[in-house]
Design a protein around this ligand. Structure first.
Ligand SMILES: O=C(O)CCC(=O)C(=O)O
Length: 324
């Protein structure tokens, strides 16, 4: 599906692929980003902002993070062959094990990570040698985006891993640093055509199951089981995110992210408070996620109590915060 986007402002240096807009660094100013993308909540791929970055390969990561511990998620190869309706955990709720990055790197190299579909997802880089990233901060200043909700988070695994279809309660920027990722996006108003998990799940499973995840597989659509998905599918945007590119994912835009190729693929992301406030206040996708957290509150409280009496208090609390 190759439909060129209809940008009214022809002075922008843009080209389009599968409807997503590409904006090159020579045309990016805070005003252009704000007017055309942040204010209306429209996804865009920003290119040319990270030309002189280091290569974020496994050697680079292991050198900076080798002795740091992170929760590594074990998805298992069978997961994506199953009906998502049978799952009892999802996203950051899947079983994870804390390990040093050097141990994870070993598993990426020796095939174990591939065999068990292990993924280092949404791991905060706070208090690590990669916490401060001047080039990325400079790129963010050129975009003009402000008020982060989180620190930089690392997402690192092997080609073939999929972070399945979900939406986030904040705006996000996904920064591709090594290898490529395919991202499929759906507009916020397609919420119920994407068959989201019910809010009620949070009463039973806490944050292990999420109403912010969809039951459909966009890469293997089953229109007989999910007939309303046909409409959402016709509105999807697809992008292959290359090294050095930044994808702006506004709040409420559902997205599925697949690492491409066979080797290591690495990105970082960061979440931002939504501006203008009116876009935040009018986002049902956002309020639905906050409502889900309220329903999960007894489970969160229980996990918090377990963490503060545990011997690994600091680590457990860090993992809990990462899940929120
Ligand atoms: O890279 C990934 O696996 C997922 C990233 C993501 O969901 C995000 O940036 O919001």
């Amino acid at each position: 599906m190759q439909i060129p986007s209809q940008e009214s402002n022809s002075s922008l240096v843009e080209s389009s692929l599968n409807q997503i807009t590409y904006l090159h660094s020579c045309a990016i100013t805070p005003k252009i980003f704000w007017e055309n993308y942040q204010k209306p909540g429209k996804p865009v791929v920003l290119t040319g902002l990270l030309e002189h970055r280091p290569e974020w390969n496994l050697e680079f990561l292991n050198d900076r993070l080798g002795d740091r511990k992170f929760p590594v998620r074990f998805y298992g190869k069978e997961r994506y062959k199953q009906d998502k309706g049978t799952w009892q955990n999802i996203g950051s709720g899947v079983e994870s094990r804390s390990m040093r990055f050097s141990e994870y790197a070993q598993k990426l190299l020796n095939g174990e990570a591939d065999e068990k579909d292990m993924y280092l997802g949404k791991c905060s880089l706070k208090n690590t040698p990669l916490a401060d990233l001047p080039q990325i901060n400079q790129a963010q200043a050129q975009i003009g985006i402000k008020n982060p909700v989180t620190d930089f988070n690392l997402w690192c695994g092997l080609g073939g891993h999929t972070t399945c279809l979900h939406c986030d309660p904040f705006d996000g920027t996904l920064i591709q640093l090594y290898g490529k990722k395919k991202v499929i996006l759906f507009p916020p108003d397609q919420l119920y055509n994407l068959y989201p998990f019910s809010l009620i799940n949070h009463l039973r499973y806490g944050l292990k199951m999420r109403a912010s995840y969809s039951r459909v597989y966009p890469q293997q659509p089953d229109f007989a089981l999910f007939p309303k998905f046909k409409e959402a599918f016709s509105q999807r945007l697809e992008v292959v995110l290359n090294e050095g590119e930044i994808l702006f994912i506004p709040n409420g835009w559902w997205h599925e992210v697949t690492s491409l190729g066979e080797g290591v693929v690495c990105s970082i992301n960061i979440f931002w408070h939504i501006t203008p406030l009116s876009r935040a206040l009018s986002s049902w996708n956002k309020w639905r996620i906050h409502l889900a957290s309220i329903l999960a509150a007894p489970h969160i409280l229980k996990a918090w109590l377990a963490a503060i009496i545990s011997q690994n208090k600091e680590q457990k609390l860090r993992h809990l915060i990462q899940r929120l």
